[in-house]
Design a binder for this molecule. Structure first.
Ligand code: ZN
Length: 345
């Protein structure tokens, strides 16, 4: 009997091995373990056997059945993995359908590059709401009460709050600088952080001006910040963004929140400083204001100007992107024109 069982096992396993399709596997399964199989016949006859045979034949038959089942499973997996997922009518030579992929807006790309560059210098990236207040946009930043930027001609005031004051008079932020005091009030000094974002001005649009545009501001506040550390910061950033050394010059500039303030120009990369249409034929492009933080702004942030000092730079992102790609109309970046934007893929 044992020899017979051994034969059933070996013949069965090689029969499963030779199976070529799932249908064939079903047939073999029936043949080996079905009601009319040799194995089932033997198991049925167990009742007529001696007690000792009952035990050995019973155990052996169960073991064989188990081995068959394992083998069925293994074969079934093998057949599934061999089966082609490609339709028989699939024509490999036909050209594929191209999927149209999105791409980051060039201003976003520039913003991310700057974030990386500043992060490598230990700066934190901070953001605040687009809606600010007179207190944060002007009062804290040492803007005189009669400064023209406070007028509705320059700033978009939120309807219903125009006649209020300070915290209650709300506006679309006209610049990012208000975020500096907000950050310093929350985190204290020393601090080094950047705060990119969109700002809004009530002005007529032309090739160089938009009503909403992106700025990128950075501020270091520490006990010993000098003019030269501001200059090093600016040159490092340009070098990282443009991948080469860029000549920079600083001219005196006046901003209520700085003392002294500077206009920072970079050499025109389109003409290399020789003069072209992009740089208005003077070889330099004005890219950002900057300067030493005004003592009154430090006071607004509850910091002692005797103890702390700081350096701002405020990068015009749009203008920097125009430089990077030699684009001569800022309005293109906000046009939503895919033919233009897809050139930055
Ligand atoms: Zn030029």
């Amino acid at each position: 009997m044992e020899k017979e069982l051994e034969k059933i096992l070996n013949d069965g396993l090689s029969a499963i091995d030779n199976v070529k399709s799932t249908q064939e596997l079903e047939d073999v399964k029936k043949e080996l373990t079905g009601k009319k199989s040799a194995l089932a016949g033997i198991m049925k006859s167990i009742g007529t056997m001696s007690a000792e045979d009952k035990k050995t034949v019973g155990m052996k038959s169960t073991e064989i059945r188990k081995k068959f089942e394992d083998k069925f499973k293994e074969k079934s997996d093998e057949l599934v993995s061999m089966k082609s997922v490609v339709d028989e009518n699939f024509d490999l030579t036909l050209p594929g359908k191209s999927v149209s992929g999105g791409v980051l807006h060039p201003i976003t790309q520039m913003c991310y590059d700057l974030n990386d560059a500043f992060a490598s210098l230990g700066f934190e990236v901070y953001s605040e709401d687009d809606i600010s207040s007179e207190k944060f946009a002007f009062d804290n930043l040492n803007f005189p009460k009669d400064h023209p930027a406070r007028q509705s001609m320059d700033t978009y005031w939120i309807e219903g709050t125009e006649d209020k004051e300070a915290d209650d008079r709300l506006c679309l932020r006209p610049h990012l600088t208000g975020g500096s005091v907000r950050y310093l009030l929350a985190h204290g000094a020393p601090a080094r952080f950047v705060y990119p974002g969109r700002v809004y001005r009530n002005e007529t649009t032309d090739a160089r001006h938009e009503r909403a545009f992106f700025q990128y501001e950075a501020l270091i506040v520490d006990k010993d910040i000098s003019f030269s550390s501001g200059m090093v910061m600016i040159q490092t950033i340009f070098e990282k963004v443009f991948g080469k050394k860029v000549n920079v010059r600083m001219r005196e500039g006046f901003f209520p929140f700085t003392e002294p303030g500077y206009e920072i120009d970079m050499e025109c990369l389109v003409c290399g400083g020789k003069g072209c249409k992009v740089c208005n034929h003077n070889g330099w492009i004005e890219v950002m204001p900057g300067g030493v933080i005004h003592p009154n702004v430090l006071r607004s942030a509850n910091l002692d100007p005797e103890e702390w000092t700081g350096f701002y730079i405020n990068i015009g992102l749009d203008r920097l992107v125009m430089m990077r790609y030699g684009v001569d109309d800022v309005r293109l970046f906000h046009s939503g024109d895919l033919r233009f934007l897809e050139e930055f893929k």
